[in-house]
Design a protein around this ligand. Sequence first.
Ligand code: KG4
Ligand code: ZN
Length: 347
Amino acid sequence: MTSPLVLGIETSCDETGIALVRGTELVADVTASSMEEHARFGGIIPEIASRAHLEAFGPTLGAALARADVDLSEVDAIAVTAGPGLVGSLTVGAAAAKALALSVGRPILGVNHVIGHAAVDALVHGAVPARSVALVVSGGHTTLLSVGTGITDVTLLGETLDDAAGEAFDKVGRLLGLPYPGGPHVDRLAATGDREAIRYPRGLSAPKDRERHAYNFSFSGLKTAVARDLEARTSRGEEIPAADVAAGFSEAVADVLATKALRACADQGADVLVVGGGFSANSRLRELLAERGPAAGVEVRIPPPRFCTDNGAMIAALGSAVVEAGLPSSSLGFGVDSSMAATSVLV
Ligand code: KG4
Ligand code: ZN
């Protein structure tokens, strides 16, 4: 029997992503982004993002259906991001998804964006295995999840208490005078620096944090340490060693992420670690996990970069897993939840 065809709709931030997935097979995936409209403001402007979704929705849906060569009436279920994210952006996607579901009489699934970042890996490496660990790192989230029977059954191990890893990179990018979003620029600059020249602090990694914060993260102290270091060098009239600063900072972030994720695998007896979210494009994190994962007997699964940034495929993949798990669909009256809990798979 062929698996149901699931339409996935993602509009939680600045990407309008629409995709079709059957089982764990990607059928079509189209993304429109409003990032260029935000770049000059140095951050996402929610009102601009909402309006961009409204404008991009129709053309993106049309392109996805055309690429899949299917009619909307052939879709078996419609999954849409219900949260977390920007409330206006989420509302545009949810309202559109409800209208589509109503028009073709299909179930609607209001699903979780953060879990979607891990679920998308099913399209590359097969279904996320039972008893694995998922690390989701992006501009908005740094979340460590324990996967039970599958990706629709997760418990929260830990998350950031302040900045997300990508957010910290964007802030350090700004301190170094790099364009927004700074993450990829800091990453490239770091590759040319000496990562041992400057040692920055590893947040929540002291022995005293081992019990309460074994799996939690904190990056705001690190960002402040970088800011103070730059100020001190400037006041001494020193030239800023930007590449070494970027390398030392990247090392501190990647080291903490890799250490805590692999510790979670060891503690949970998990032999697979799935990594997702825009930050998983970070080259130092990839290097460290590629080195330390196999050494710890852990298979590290990271989808290719196009599945790491926000997209419709992640939502369609999670919708497909929800259908597969036989979970009940959402009611048409569901509201979006800008701070949806990391363990709620769907509303
Ligand atoms: O998942 P995503 O596309 O959007 C959110 O849901 O936030 O992640 C974007 C974040 C940004 O903060 C961006 O600077 C960061 O991921 N990022 C990176 C890299 N590529 C993207 N950070 C460090 N190194 C990278 N190579
Ligand atoms: Zn995201």
